[in-house]
Design a protein around this ligand. Structure first.
Ligand code: FES
Length: 157
């Protein structure tokens, strides 16, 4: 239960006011996000797909971008097709959205086609990104390519 400044439990009236303030702040944040980001970015950031590290992947790659965020990709390939793919990031919501969208785009794709995916493909699939978030798409694509190259290196051994 929420406490007042003196550390005492809030009365039910104070509690209701507190909830209203929290809800108003939440609504304001969501409204601001809708101005900056497309619906798709918000959806992918809030409910990302294919999240998590993979045990025994066929290929894996991790890159820390200039902003300090790290992206990791893991994949399994079956008959040249990216059969399973997952990502993990400690980055912001936009980084998460880019990671999620990247996995959705390349799952089921021939790995040689997947390695040609560009930042623009991710940005387009997300219905655009604000200027300051464009590097998140690059981080996702670079990390995907690193994971595919890691898979190819393993095949050559
Ligand atoms: Fe750094 Fe998105 S803010 S990758």
């Amino acid at each position: 239960m929420a406490k007042n400044r003196e550390g005492a439990d809030l009365t039910s009236e104070e509690d209701a006011r507190f909830d209203k303030v929290v809800n108003d702040i939440q609504a304001a944040i969501e409204k601001e996000a809708e101005i900056l980001y497309s619906k798709k970015v918000i959806m992918e950031a809030n409910t990302p797909q294919n999240v998590g590290r993979m045990a025994k992947p066929d290929g894996a790659g991790a890159i820390t971008g200039p902003c300090g965020d790290t992206m990791e990709f893991y994949l399994k390939v079956k008959d040249r097709i990216i059969d399973q793919i997952s990502f993990y990031t400690d980055g912001c919501g936009t980084t998460t959205a880019c990671g999620s969208m990247t996995t959705k785009l390349v799952k089921g794709m021939d790995f040689q086609e997947a390695i040609t995916l560009t930042n623009q493909d991710i940005i387009k699939a997300l219905d655009g990104l604000p200027e300051e978030s464009l590097h998140c798409a690059k981080l996702a694509v670079d990390t995907l390519q690193k994971a595919i190259r890691n898979y190819l290196d393993g095949k050559e051994e």
